[in-house]
Design a protein around this ligand. Structure first.
Ligand SMILES: *Cc1c(COP(=O)(O)O)cnc(C)c1O
Length: 360
C-alpha cells in the first residue's frame, strides 16, 4: 500500500486512522456480522451510529439546544434551493457574492423571490471578501447569505457581517470544523461534507429551531422541507447511512486530536508554512488579498500557464496529487484540510523551493 498526499478540494483527504478503522469493520461491524452498508437504518446498531454522530458534532462545535443538527442528502447544492424555500417569508433575501459558490446560491434564490446583491468581489476575480462593514442589510430581508470560505478562490471571512438581527445563513462546506465557531451568530450553518468531513453526497445543516417552519410559502416537496428532517431524526426515508457512519468517525477523530481549538492551531500553522513561502518566492504568488486568506484552500500561480502545467505534473510524479487549480481559474490550488498532515505541506513547500531554484 502506498498513499499519496492528496491536495484535492473535494472529495478530499480523510484521516488515515478513520479509513483503517472503517476497513477493519467492513465485513463485520462490531459483531453484527454485516457491514454498515448492509444494515437497516431502523436497526439499533445504526440508531447508535446516527445518535452518536449528532452528539459528537454538537460537542465539538458547542451547538446549543435551540439548534437542530440535520443530515440531508443532495450535497451543498441542494441547500441553495432549500434555504429560500424554507426561510423566505417576505420573498426577499440578501446575498453577498464572494465567489462561484455564493454566486450559484444567489442565482438559485432568484427562482423563489427577490435576491438582493448586497456586495460582490467579482470586480477583482473574487480575490478578496467584500468589506462587511459597508453593507446595508435590507429591512425586509428574510435572511443574509454568505459563503464563508470560497473553495475555488481561497478566501475566508475572518469577520462576519452584522446582519442587523436578520438570520445569517452560511455555507461552510470547505471550512467545516476547521476552527471553533460561535454557532449563535448564525441562523443556519451548513456544508457539504466531502470537503472536510466525510464522503460525498450529504450536507450537515445546523439550523436555529425557530427558523424551521411548517407553513411554507411554496409548494415544497417533502424531501426539501426542513421539518421533514427535524420530525424524523433525519430518517424520513433511508439516509446516507455509510456517509453518516464515516462522518461520525471523523468527529471522534477530531475530538481525539483535541477538538476545534487544536485544529485551528494546526491549520493556521500549516497554512502559514505555505503563505510565508509564497510571499517570499520570486516564482510562485498567492492570488488572494492577505487579509482574506483561507486556511483550507490556497490557490497560487507562477504567471505562466506552461510552467503551472509543468509544476503540476512534476508534483504528481513526486507523490503530491490534485494540485491543479479549478478549471475556472487555472494555476494551482492546495487544499489542506484537517486530515492533511503537516508533513504533506512541508513536502509541498520543499518541492516548490526546488522547482523555483531549477527555474530561476
Ligand atoms: C463544493 C462546494 C459546494 C457544492 O457541494 P456539493 O456537495 O457538490 O453540492 C458548495 N459550496 C461550497 C463552498 C463548496 O466548496
Amino acid at each position: 500500500m502506498s498513499r499519496i498526499y492528496n491536495f484535492s478540494a473535494g472529495p478530499a483527504v480523510l484521516p488515515e486512522e478513520v479509513l483503517a478503522e472503517a476497513a477493519e469493520e467492513m465485513l463485520d461491524y462490531r459483531g453484527c456480522g454485516m457491514s454498515v452498508m448492509e444494515m437497516s437504518h431502523r436497526s439499533s446498531a445504526f440508531d447508535t451510529i446516527i445518535n452518536e454522530a449528532q452528539a459528537d458534532i454538537r460537542d465539538l462545535m458547542g451547538i446549543p439546544e435551540n439548534y437542530h443538527v440535520l443530515f440531508i442528502q443532495g450535497g451543498a447544492t441542494t441547500q441553495f434551493a432549500m434555504i429560500p424555500m424554507n426561510l423566505m417569508q417576505n420573498k426577499v433575501a440578501d446575498y453577498i457574492v464572494s465567489g462561484s459558490w455564493s454566486k450559484k446560491a444567489y442565482k438559485e434564490a432568484q427562482l423563489f423571490g427577490k435576491a438582493n446583491l448586497l456586495a460582490s468581489s467579482e470586480d477583482k476575480t473574487f480575490s478578496y471578501v467584500p468589506d462587511v462593514h459597508s453593507i446595508k442589510v435590507s429591512d425586509d430581508a428574510d435572511y443574509v447569505y454568505i459563503c464563508q470560505n470560497e473553495t475555488i478562490y481561497g478566501t475566508l471571512y475572518h469577520e462576519l457581517p452584522d446582519t442587523n438581527g436578520k438570520p445569517l445563513v452560511a455555507d461552510v462546506s470547505s471550512c467545516f470544523l476547521s476552527e471553533p465557531v460561535d454557532v449563535e451568530k448564525y441562523g443556519v450553518i451548513y456544508g457539504g461534507v466531502q470537503k472536510n468531513v466525510g464522503p460525498a453526497g450529504m450536507a450537515i445543516v445546523i439550523i436555529r429551531k425557530d427558523l424551521v417552519r411548517e407553513d411554507l410559502l411554496f409548494p415544497t416537496p417533502i424531501m426539501l422541507r426542513y421539518d421533514t428532517y427535524t420530525k424524523n431524526n433525519s430518517m424520513y426515508n433511508t439516509p446516507p447511512c455509510y456517509t453518516i457512519y464515516i462522518c461520525g468517525k471523523v468527529f471522534k477523530w477530531l475530538k481525539a486530536q483535541g477538538g476545534l481549538e487544536a485544529m485551528r492551531e494546526r491549520n493556521v500553522s500549516k497554512a502559514n508554512l505555505l503563505y510565508d513561502f509564497l510571499d517570499s518566492s520570486k516564482l510562485f504568488k498567492s492570488t488572494v488579498d492577505p487579509k482574506d486568506r483561507s486556511i483550507m484552500n490556497i490557490p497560487f500561480v507562477t504567471g505562466s500557464a506552461e510552467l503551472d502545467a509543468e509544476f503540476i505534473a512534476a508534483a504528481k510524479a513526486a507523490g503530491m496529487e490534485n494540485l491543479k487549480g479549478h478549471r475556472s481559474v487555472g494555476g494551482m490550488r492546495a487544499s489542506i484540510y484537517n486530515a492533511m498532515p503537516r508533513a504533506g505541506v512541508e513536502k509541498l513547500v520543499e518541492f516548490m523551493e526546488d522547482f523555483e531554484k531549477k527555474h530561476a
